[in-house]
Design a protein around this ligand. Structure first.
Ligand SMILES: Cc1cc2nc3c(=O)[nH]c(=O)nc-3n(C[C@H](O)[C@H](O)[C@H](O)COP(=O)(O)O)c2cc1C
Length: 368
């Protein structure tokens, strides 16, 4: 039997792929919480595009390449991570597990993969850093209407040892989430945006819009990125790039990285899938800064394709929450190891020994 499979071959396993955690989480979570996490904007077309478009890209494996030894390590912002896999920022991890973001961040540390903590975390950013002992966390923020508070968050993140700032763009207003509105979704008692004062405002569509003082600002422009840059010495990444025309202004502002993301199809329905737009954005970036991508990545082959199409690292949103719901920190470890194992197999069978080699072979192994 192949080394690395942790369970006995004759014992039926509950989860053999990331999507199994979704099914298992569904059975455990209250319906409105499951819907809040799984859901997307309006008809959820983009949620489907994200996952289905992975299959539209076919592979042409290269044979006989001596793939006995693989290198998966990935350098980002001066740290060598163990794989080109990381965690997207997602709000309120305590919705699915009482240890919340502290458990997720601890799993990220043990896996040596990057994790972006959401500004809407259900444990304060200082406590996530100290409880997880993860010294490689990145912090996500929006540009809130209250710029003084935005600045305060940046300072807190820097003081607590976060390594970079991820500014989410493409969210001037809330995308419409039919399911949350139907369910009249509200956060359960005990779960709230812990980086802010507890809020009594109820916004069924999306609770992050009900956080007092953390009001979103539809008037945000590129000059506000300049403002963020003037407030922190940390590297800045922009999350939410979906149009190649937005690459030049971002690079003009000397951001340190870009994340191609349609926020898991949760903002503007019918937005293009990230895997389809990725090559055009990678062309525009031309290797000047690291390019990351999220939205719909579930299989090792999805990761291989993203790298071949120009990404340095692929981030996971919902699957991390599903795994956390199913088995806490251990669930996250298990799920990511499973995905990593799939990536290893995909690299070996496609004839790529390293992340760099996936990139080099891109023209031959990918058929669109
Ligand atoms: C429950 C949930 C909460 C999220 N909260 C945030 C957030 O606070 N900030 C943010 O930039 N993106 C947020 N996102 C979007 C994710 O960062 C990411 O872009 C998306 O989940 C990736 O797609 P995937 O879930 O298909 O992997 C959230 C997504 C989910 C599912």
């Amino acid at each position: 039997m192949k080394e690395g499979w942790s369970e006995a071959a004759d014992k039926r396993r509950d989860a053999v792929k990331l999507d199994d955690y979704r099914r298992l989480a569904r059975a455990r979570l209250p319906r409105n919480i499951f819907d809040y996490i799984a859901g997307g904007a309006c008809n959820e077309s983009t949620v489907r595009f994200n996952e289905r478009d992975m299959d539209a890209i076919r592979l042409l494996p290269l044979a006989l390449r001596d793939v006995g030894d693989l290198v998966l390590s990935t350098d980002l912002f001066g740290h060598s991570f163990s794989a080109p896999i990381g965690f997207s920022p997602t709000a309120f991890h305590k919705l699915v597990n009482e240890d919340g973001e502290a458990a997720t961040a601890s799993a990220a540390r043990r896996l040596n993969v990057p994790m972006i903590l959401s500004s809407m975390s259900s444990i304060a950013l200082e406590d996530v850093a100290s409880r997880s002992d993860n010294r490689e966390l990145w912090f996500q923020t929006y540009i809130f209407k209250d710029r003084a508070m935005t600045k305060e968050l940046l300072e807190r993140a820097e003081q607590s040892g976060y390594r970079s700032i991820v500014v989410t763009i493409g969210c001037p207003v809330a995308g419409k989430r039919d399911k949350n509105i139907t369910n009249k979704f509200t956060l359960p008692v005990g779960v709230f945006a812990a980086n802010f004062n507890r809020s009594n405002v109820i916004v069924h569509n999306n609770p992050i819009y009900g956080v007092e003082r953390a009001e979103f600002d539809p008037s945000v422009t590129w000059s506000d990125i300049e403002f963020i840059r003037s407030q922190t010495s940390l590297p800045i990444m922009l999350k939410g790039i979906m149009n190649p025309n937005d690459v030049a202004p971002a690079l003009d502002l000397q951001v340190s990285g870009l994340i191609v993301s349609n926020h898991g199809g949760r903002q503007l329905d019918t937005t293009e899938s990230t895997i389809r737009i990725l090559p055009e954005i990678a062309d525009a970036v031309g290797g000047r800064v690291p390019l990351l991508v999220d939205s719909g990545f579930r299989r090792g082959t999805d990761i291989l394709k993203a790298i071949a199409l120009g990404a340095h690292c692929v981030l996971l949103g919902r699957p991390v929450l599903w795994a956390l719901a199913v088995n806490g920190e251990a669930g996250v470890l298990e799920a990511v190891n499973m995905l990593r194992e799939e990536l290893v197999i995909a690299m070996q069978i496609s004839g790529c020994r390293s992340i760099e080699e996936i990139r080099k072979n891109a023209q031959t192994i990918i058929r669109r």
